[in-house]
Write a protein that binds this ligand. Structure first.
Ligand SMILES: [Zn+2]
Length: 364
């Protein structure tokens, strides 16, 4: 089960659907009624995020205080696993003496726009959810709805390098030693994108080592978009500032996203080969219609709002807000992968706790 969880944790903000303080998560005894600290509770959180976003591949970005590595409420094996996850860059373990994991989780959420997942979100102005136990496992209860970042974070538009050799967060590519005990990576695993630097007095700093980061030059910012079919994520892909992404039935471009396999016969006739083009300008997604039959933009101020529909004709463009989606065909919508209205009823999202004896697992 820890292997299943390991595949769904990442310090790549583009692979994540929320940010959490690992020390808080493993102590959420109210989620399962078990012993004071348990690492499997991270799996309950991963499942809650997956269900909320109806996304069976989305990860959780976990930040941990260094004290977690010596927490004697965990087993020796659990502490060893967390240490390995940290060395592999899957969990961000902070240096001693710097800002706490709770503060760092807020910073990551604020810089990236990812939802903050915490029981204590007071004073945090962005999108946040509080995990709560329900009869069908942990669920995310919305606390604040927004707003997302109002301006693109300048630090996300640069390449950063930590002076510490082998830094799992800001080291040179390929500097991580391959882990012989790690589960095999799924073939379609997204390449690792960098975590956001920690800002200390405005200076980009490594959250693991406290060292000021060297600026290696510009890097295009990126956002993850999800194509949803009847609300359930069918495909995730990245759109970055440098390269617009054509989406349609079967775009000719090599970097295009083809949704033909998600369409029924009518949909295949309706959706153009290349139906829309998505671009990222700063932090703002923009859609341009390139189709024969046109595109609908569904505008929402928040997850619970009924959408206002506007039509785009061929050649027309529109900015996409945080909660807006683009409809190519009935039931086929695209929008930010880290924003969703909540679980789709009846949808089966793969669970990392599938091997657990029962849903209401008693962690003893
Ligand atoms: Zn470092």
């Amino acid at each position: 089960m820890l292997d299943a969880i390991e595949r769904r944790i990442s310090t790549d903000p583009l692979a994540a659907g929320g940010v959490a303080d690992l020390g808080e998560v493993i102590r959420r005894a109210d989620l399962d009624g078990g012993r004071p600290a348990h690492l499997l509770r991270l799996g309950l959180m991963v499942d809650a995020v997956g269900r909320h976003l109806s996304d069976g591949t989305v990860s959780v970005y976990a930040v941990a205080d260094r004290s977690v590595l010596s927490d004697t409420d965990l087993t020796a094996n659990e502490r060893m696993v967390i240490r390995r996850w940290s060395d592999d860059g899957k969990v961000e373990v902070l240096r001693t003496g710097g800002p706490s994991a709770a503060l760092r989780a807020r910073e990551v959420a604020a810089l990236t726009g990812l939802p903050l997942l915490s029981r204590n979100v007071s004073g945090y102005p962005g999108l946040s959810y509080t995990p709560a136990p329900t009869s069908s496992g942990a669920a995310l209860i919305p606390q604040m709805i927004g707003p997302g970042p109002v301006a693109p974070a300048p630090v996300l538009g640069r390449h950063w390098r930590c002076p510490e050799p082998g830094c799992p967060s800001f080291g040179p590519p390929g500097s991580r030693i391959a882990d012989p005990f790690a589960p095999p990576q799924e073939e379609d695993a997204e390449p690792a994108g960098p975590p956001p630097p920690q800002l200390m007095g405005g200076a980009p700093t490594c959250p693991r080592h406290g060292a000021p980061l060297a600026d290696l030059g510009p890097r295009p910012r990126a956002v993850t978009v999800a194509a949803r079919v009847d609300g359930v994520v069918w495909h995730r892909f990245r759109v970055d500032e440098a390269s617009p992404v054509p989406v349609g039935r079967a775009p000719e471009e090599t970097d295009g996203v083809g949704l033909g396999l998600a369409l029924d016969e009518r949909g295949l006739r309706w959706v153009s080969r290349s139906h829309i083009r998505l671009e990222l300008r700063g932090h703002q997604l923009q859609v341009t219609d390139t189709s024969t039959n046109g595109t609908t933009v569904l505008r929402r101020g928040g997850p619970a709002e009924q959408p206002r529909r506007t039509q785009l004709g061929r050649g027309e463009s529109a900015p996409l807000g945080e909660w807006d989606t683009v409809e190519l065909y009935q039931g086929v919508e695209l929008g930010r992968a880290d924003r969703a209205h909540g679980p789709v009823s009846g949808a089966q999202t793969s669970s990392v706790m599938a091997d657990a004896p029962t849903q209401s697992i008693r962690l003893t």
